[in-house]
Design a protein around this ligand. Sequence first.
Ligand code: BGC
Length: 378
Amino acid sequence: MSRRVLAVLGSAVLALSMAACSGDGAGSGGNGGDKPADLTIGVSMPTQTSERWIADGNAVKEKLGAKGYKVDLQYAGDDIPTQSQQVDQMITRGADVLIIAAIDGTALSGQLQAAADAKIPVIAYDRLIRDSPNVDFYVSFDNYKVGVAQASALLVGLGVQNKDGSKGTATGPFNIELFAGSLDDNNAHFFFNGAMDTLKPFIDDGTLKVKSGQTKIEQVAILRWQQEGAQKRMEDLLTSSYNDRSKVDGVLSPYDGLSRGILTALQNAGYGGANKMPVVTGQDAEIASVKLINDGVQNSTIFKDTRLLADQAVVAAEAFLQDKTPEANDTSTYNNGVKVVPSHLLPVQTVFKDEIKPILIDSGYYTAEEVAAGQAKS
Ligand code: BGC
């Protein structure tokens, strides 16, 4: 029986069964005895325009399905009202747990209150949901370290630093530009902070120069992480700050989709081939970008193994369904504005061309053929 139905019944039997449960609030609705086939997990994903979220959705669905649970998986087309409506529907249809990757981390408080009222535990998936006490658990990667890794990859690409962190031979000065993700995504801030903490000493000592002068996240953020938005901003930067024959040497990009937009703008302006392409970073190891790295066009990406993230989401969901508390490995970093949300954070890996085989192909994430084609089969 679903948590919602249980909550609505409000019978003496319910009161007794609730009293026997371990905790209070969400997660203590008493599904412990239910068979997986009687339980539904609502999975709300932001968009299908980025392949990473398709991989996440598929992996979570498959893993829950393999354990016999019913899965209600919805994509919101990067539209905030659509996501709110989909989550509302999951609640009315009787979801027993919700796994949500929010489009706007601050826009779901109403839905989360309804979930809490119906005793449905909520797991924030990869993106923290903010300004609500009703987020029960967070599964993600170490997002600050993603930013550190992106900035380090930029330094390595420029030759300022070696892969092992030691000092490189290049001294600059290098012209760089900075990009950040969508301001309404909590992760965008973690990525940017990690990156800026790493780049700051090199900006301060003159090794790196942000020629446009745009160094604040509000100046460099790209709404909804859109490729076209990044392409447009890069075009504008080239026109406004590089019309004096100076060259861009590096671009900090926090996501492969943005990197492809940036690279397109650079290519259209004559970079590439004999005119050295600037060092452009990335994130997510999207197949089109892995091919670009393999072809020497994009410098690097940060690989976040969505299979492992899906595993953690499933482990957390099962814990809640069994009236247990999922195991956190971080209970201090992710304050959502109301409380610190217990989190399980996974490590990340930097992929330059040399790491494509050992990290992506040998682990079965992609085949060599997929990398060569720049397209994944499924
Ligand atoms: C995710 C990144 C992703 C970005 C754009 C972030 O919240 O953590 O992996 O690149 O959203 O989809």
